[in-house]
Write a protein that binds this ligand. Sequence first.
Ligand code: HEM
Length: 268
Amino acid sequence: MSKPDSEKTVGDVHEALSRPLFNPVLKVTVGEGKLDYEIYLRTADLLRLQTPRSELVDADELMFQVVHQAQELWLKLLAHEVAEVVDDLDGDRLWEVTARLDRAVRITHCLSHELRVLETLTPDTYQVIRRHLGNGSGQESPGYNAVRVAASYAAEALDRLLARHEVALADVYAGPRPELKRVCELLVDLDEGYQTWLFTHYLLVRRTIGVGRDVAALDGVPTQVLVGRMTQPLFRALWAVRSQLTAEWRREGGLAPGADRREARVPA
Ligand code: HEM
């Protein structure tokens, strides 16, 4: 016999959630891993990958695990998409390159937004969870390493693309090759999205354990190292070309602020 509503506890809610659930729309039981949705997505395996409630060291630990696992999934997908970009770059399929880079950029936005859920973890609670993480380091993240490797292949494929088209990178920004410029700018968007994720992570670390030369990460490294690492781009040449264009810039030909602009039209 079920308890009256007034006597139900949080334990009863979790107990109910731990069992298969009846879906009144489909009139089937969900959670036994037997439905097509569950079989295709392997939800039974997926949902087993988090520590059961009875073994959590804090109720917030589930959130901590889910965000980390979800980040690994997004990073896996990001690396996959960037690897496909390499193939499309080498095949001169520029529409496909831009479509895939658009997707990759959106994935980096997801990564940053999702990380902000972890900002709700207060420092005192993290100090509890932290005791159970061994000497783990973020550098051990498979997804992070995969993205960096895939991006290094993409950087080489961009060099090959430009070589086939006989254009230097600086000339992409000077010459009439809008399709190549679009590819380069999307790679910059991707890099910016990736660095924004690292910067978001830096702020997360700062508010959770602090950043400083005397604040040690679990592996003993001072958290200060994050400051230098988070600005390391994926596509170095694409950032260098900006500095190059600025170095080559000359003031001559410009108009003084307030001068008559009628003779200075944008070329048709
Ligand atoms: C409260 C949550 C978190 C804290 C306190 C934290 C803390 C840290 C610290 C102290 C470092 C630098 C030392 C080291 O390499 O271990 C680091 C690096 C790193 N973390 Fe986290 N982290 C958190 C969440 C995450 C999440 C959700 C991810 C997603 C995969 C992540 C990915 C990384 C990566 C990739 C690095 C290496 C970055 C680099 O060396 O530039 N971290 N983290």
